[in-house]
Design a protein around this ligand. Structure first.
Ligand code: SAM
Length: 300
């Protein structure tokens, strides 16, 4: 990339008024990404070999200023949205329509459905969560326990769309990490949700988030999933929290719960293959070969 090309990229971001409109969150995130990787990185490479140091310093300042201005809009936007959630106690329809003001799910989103991983919706949801300092894992995991990794936000939206929750449902995320799944399912479906998490610092983080957002129907318990109380749950979610015998032990606890009432299990990630082998469960949707799609099961 030449300095002229770099300058023209910066100029088009400076002059694109759409990016500076509050509603353009998705486009703004793409622009920030573009400037970071397609403008600042090449400036860095050029500055290691070029003699145009002064010009590069000016270009770098301009690019960083654009990023700063774009982030400033997002910071204000999230302050406003968090306040709305906190003070208006949004119902599921209002929350969904709030998010859809910033994401065109039909046009942009469903096209991306085959791709796995995280996208701008994750950045948006992170912005809505009020606690910024992410805690470190403090308690060592036992061998079959899986370390924290979050379910992509898009998958949670898809789960809520496909699960057809009823208002009596109680959703339990087994191995709830920082709490995003339980929080989002509550906001998107309006049902009571719970999280069960082994790591105390993750559990306190999740609890502080729900307190700050004033979401009384979301709770977190810091307990080993093998010892938790599942008696209230009707829908259980697992993004592979553990493997091997530990997974079998928890599935056995859920099987016993299923003798008392019909339950549903939603899985994401490699644990799906193990859950599929349970004879007391039937797949509630056509089998999906992609393990990075949610799978739905119902007790027989
Ligand atoms: C892959 S992460 C999933 C996090 C969250 N459910 C999500 O989807 O965003 C697995 C989580 O399970 C937790 N975990 C592992 N073993 C556990 C156990 N025996 N009881 C409760 N939580 C456990 C880990 O600490 C980690 O936060």
């Amino acid at each position: 990339m030449t300095t002229t090309e770099i300058e023209s990229c910066i100029e088009s971001a400076e002059e694109n008024s759409l990016l500076y409109e509050e509603k353009s969150f998705d486009k703004r995130s793409e622009a920030i990404d573009f400037i970071e990787f397609q403008v600042l990185d090449p400036i860095e490479v050029l500055s290691q070999k070029s003699i145009q140091q002064d010009e590069l310093v000016l270009l770098k300042d301009r690019a960083e200023k654009v990023i700063f201005e774009l982030y400033k809009i997002d910071i204000k936007l999230f302050q406003k949205l968090k306040k709305t959630i906190r003070t208006k106690g949004l119902n599921a329809t209002a929350f969904k329509s709030m998010v859809s003001e910033y994401f065109d799910f039909d046009l942009t989103y469903k096209k991306k459905v085959k791709e796995t991983g995280y996208d701008n919706l994750d950045i948006f949801i992170n912005g809505l969560l009020p606690c910024e300092t992410i805690p470190e894992q403090a308690k060592p995991l036992e061998p079959e326990m899986v370390y924290y990794q979050k379910t992509p936000a898009r998958i949670i939206f898809e789960i809520v769309e496909q699960a057809h929750f009823i208002k009596e449902d109680v959703f339990i995320d087994i191995g709830s990490g920082l709490g995003q799944v339980a929080i989002l399912v509550n906001l998107l479906a309006g049902i009571k949700t719970k999280g069960i998490e082994f790591e105390p610092s993750f559990c306190s983080y999740a609890t502080s988030c729900v307190m700050a957002l004033k979401l009384p129907s979301v709770t977190f318990m810091n307990i080993d999933a093998r010892k938790a109380d599942y008696s209230e749950g009707t829908v259980f979610f697992m993004f592979t929290p553990f493997k091997g015998e530990m997974l079998q032990d928890v599935l056995e606890i859920l099987r016993k719960e299923s003798l008392l009432r019909k339950i549903r299990i939603i899985t994401y990630g490699p644990c799906t293959a193990e859950v599929e082998l349970q004879s007391w469960l039937r797949s509630a949707a056509p089998k999906n070969e992609n393990m990075y799609k949610a799978a739905f099961f119902t007790s027989c």
